[in-house]
Write a protein that binds this ligand. Sequence first.
Ligand code: SF4
Length: 294
Amino acid sequence: MNSQTMDRPSGAPVIDLGVPVIGGSHTRSSAGTAGMSSTDAERSEKLAAMRAGELGSLHSWELVTAVDGPGTRLTTFLSGCPLRCLYCHNPDTMEMRRGEPISADELLKRIARYTKVFEVTGGGLTISGGEPLMQPAFVARILRGAKELGIHTAIDTSGYLGAHCSDQMLADIDLVLLDVKSGIPETYKKTTGRELQPTLDFGRRVADSGTEIWIRFVLVPGLTDAEENVEAVAEYVSTLSTVSRVEVLPFHQMGQDKWTALGMDYQLADTRAPSPELVERVRDQFRSHGLTVF
Ligand code: SF4
């Protein structure tokens, strides 16, 4: 996820739809099974269901307009993420065990209820996280089901696990919201704890497939704002032929309380939101590469 979703600072109309629960709770946990098991037999059955994509781990969902893709979107936030972004606003999505189990059938039934809304607004389904590609079989099943219902589909991903996205899954995605968190490998590593290259590879593959891409870049003063870092992102993005927009998302402090509540070390406590001048400088850098910037 790009970190600015779910805890949205302003603007976007949001209806929180709560968390559909078919078992488990946020307080129970058992590694990898989202707090589901009570016996070993049940546990291994559920693990098998997760591997088959019949069962997923869901954090929450909400109905939003004008973000996460065109029209009104049902954005579902899945649990689990391999990155550790210093600015993550939803660190409670990082671990899959904190999610709630939901079956693919149940989720698809709920998605289907909004078909009319999607039709009228030109909207659709957006799968975010956490990182959707942590649960590739489940996501593939949801995307296939959504396409069978004629619903526009998007995933919001860092691309780090792009190798988990099969060609069939990619064919079922209409829009990729690709979060490029930095353009210089060292800065990417400092920001996320991981390597940049898988994101670059996935973006290239998505563009080569002809799938539309929206780029998201979170602007953090003192972390991602260096001219050469932004320039590296912009240069790369300008080579992806299917990018239709770039969103520069100014850092804000809305996630700090969650880090504290989880007992995690939040390193950006003294970081301020970027000034309007800095945001404009960065947007101009993207524009200078011929990109459409929001
Ligand atoms: S740690 Fe994961 S969920 Fe948080 S901002 Fe980074 S990619 Fe998104």
